[in-house]
Design a protein around this ligand. Sequence first.
Ligand SMILES: Nc1ncnc2c1ncn2[C@@H]1O[C@H](COP(=O)(O)OP(=O)(O)OP(=O)(O)O)[C@@H](O)[C@H]1O
Ligand SMILES: [Mg+2]
Length: 599
Amino acid sequence: MKEKKKSDIAVLLGYAGNYKGLTFLGLTLSGLSMILGMLPYICIWLVARDLIAVAPDWTKAVGVGRYGWMAFGFALAGIIVYFAALMCTHLSAFRTASNIRKRGMAHLMKAPLGFFDSNASGLLRNRLDGAASETETLLAHNLADIVGSATMFVATIVLMFVFDWRMGAACLLAAVISVVAMFTMMGGKNAKLMQEYQAAQDHMSKAGTEYVRGIPVVKVFQQTVYSFKAFKEAIENYSGKAEKYTVGVCQFPQSVNLTATEGAFIFLVPVAVLIAPRALSAGNFAGFVTDFAFYAVFSAIISTALAKILFAASGMMLASTALGRISQVMNAPTLSVTDHPKEPKDNSIEFKDVSFTYEGADIPAIDHVSFRVEPGQTVALVGPSGGGKTTAASLIPRFWDATDGTVCVGGVDVREADPHVLMDKIAFVFQNNRLFKASILENVRAARPGATREEAQKALSAAQCDDILAKLPNGMDTVIGTEGTYLSGGEQQRVALARAILKDAPIVVLDEATAFADPENEALIQKAFATLTKGRTVIMIAHRLSTVVGADKIIVLDNGHAIEEGTHEELKQKNGMYSRMWADYNKAVKWRISAGEVI
Ligand SMILES: Nc1ncnc2c1ncn2[C@@H]1O[C@H](COP(=O)(O)OP(=O)(O)OP(=O)(O)O)[C@@H](O)[C@H]1O
Ligand SMILES: [Mg+2]
């Protein structure tokens, strides 16, 4: 356990960079301040010694006032040095936390975009931010307190044996008992119980979040009891573990620990009673009383030091879990970036025996798929839901990297191209649109920040968004998601298309959304598609087969396999999956026409 803590601090200091030295300075000062803080006690003891020596003629105790001033001076110096120590550790802690944030964000920038699909980027940022702040407390306060208290502890032990080792040993006994009690709580199989207890706490908070998130579904399906069950079980599990740990493990040792730390004095008195007669017969009773006074004062310091170490150690545990979360971010996969990028020669796309398996999945989402899209061609990917269409398309702008095989753009493996060049070449319209909580103008301009307002306006018009702008209170400057301005799915897709049109990239990847199929929106989206795809290389994922009829090539993806490839006419003749899909599609169209819908 100690090993691990050490390495945690080493990891943290690794982030401190040039400020590492400042941390050490702060810690040294903290130790020094504790020693300075102890000196007034010695002065008090000196006062007691002088007074006892001259008793009952107090007028002879001339040096007492001097000790008083010295005590004041040491106390003041202790406070000033402690203040300086905290300045150092705080400065270093803030810098370390900021380095963690910077490095974490820099690392996340290198993660494949697909990574953020399964790990919401806002959540990751919060996690990084929260964890970085938690390490601040450790570096700024806890560590300084641990070093300070440990110095105090060691200095006290040394002092203990300076005057009378027997009384010193009595005080130390309390310390030993409390340390043993502390380790009983934290070590061995109890450490496992402690972990289980923390895991149960974590699980309960996750189940709570899940429960709250699921409330709309619960309401719609009227499943109150069932959905509450998981949360209830998590709470019960937690309370069981909490009881097992606190009552079963901690009750006795914690009572012993507290009694020993608070009552070091208890051990001192019997020892003093045993020693007193001998001191009396040796004629050194005054010396004995002085020593007793010293130990009575110092036994209090031991308790303070121990309590501080215990408290600071709990901060260490917190920081340790925070570091765990930080390393999760730092260990996120990164995309390899080549040092010698190759320039794509044209706007063709080629899949060469490409396979891709999502992390944790058993079967590949894309399985040995090969096809080629010539520059300026439109190729459609069709097939049943879950067939792998979106996955295949995401490999082109390197949302993920292929597990096997190569994806080429312009004859160059996408892994060997400069990521910026690649991104500039491809406009991607997602299946589920990603619009920011920003104005429509900003959303569209995200594709090309340098674009003028007029250019954005033109792109919006080309994407058939005029009717959307007309009904918004501030037109293009309306912020989406505020003041009740929410866009429908179809409207969002048109704004996303405007963004892609403004980008004016030579390659377009379109992942058509199925859910927004109202005929009016559909017609507008088709028009926007037409503007966007003119004269470009297009990979189009289409759910409505009417869109793909004119494609240069259609690829049918089923269970990750490219099972058919050809033009609409060719595939229709084949009597395979496409011809069945086409027949189903026409049946559906007929139904809709007979139901009086305009297509
Ligand atoms: N982020 C992900 N992590 C793990 N598995 C995923 C992820 N995204 C998709 N999959 C899985 O990969 C397979 C292919 O999914 P994909 O989204 O490519 O299908 P699709 O053909 O686009 O389907 P749809 O027509 O419904 O959009 C599915 O089995 C899906 O469950
Ligand atoms: Mg899809």
